[in-house]
Design a protein. Sequence first.
Lengths: 114, 113
Amino acid sequence: AQSVTQLDSQVPVFEEAPVELRCNYSSSVSVYLFWYVQYPNQGLQLLLKYLSGSTLVKGINGFEAEFNKSQTSFHLRKPSVHISDTAEYFCAVSDQQAGTALIFGKGTTLSVSS
Amino acid sequence: EAQVTQNPRYLITVTGKKLTVTCSQNMNHEYMSWYRQDPGLGLRQIYYSMNVEVTDKGDVPEGYKVSRKEKRNFPLILESPSPNQTSLYFCASSLQLAADTQYFGPGTRLTVL
């Protein structure tokens, strides 16, 4: 079974500051890793995903994440945030073999203010 | 336009009154899934379907039913809703597996009194 821990429930930052949203996972099998974003009153959309290859993954809207197998982490970063990045961010994992479920963390609310 | 639609978007009902939330996708996806989102708990999978007539339980299936008679539709049925099923529900679809990019519907906010 897999589990996902998002270490911060809320992250307040000022516009143009860098941000890191932290995610750790636990799994007895190899996993794929994802970050999804939920803007206010909307469904979720994929930001980026790690399937294999380079451990640094670039996504939409200037976000990137780094897979660290030894630390079982997949932290999300952006060098300079905008007001429009205010949203809830979810880290998720999926078993590479079964592929039947996407296990989500509890979410991190990113609040960007001017 | 590629999309996942859900109806209704908002629903207030009473305990025990059967209801169905519809979900439809126009992308010819094989995999479909239902999640519920509760504050502080993130998204939890209720049921999923790998293809027509193939469904299975997720993490929180109690009190819910699903069916997949057509590829595009995946309705969620609450036969006897209870207040603890008050939640925000999302339907999602992907090409074949959970690891493929999942496309989410806009959500259905359900209140059970």
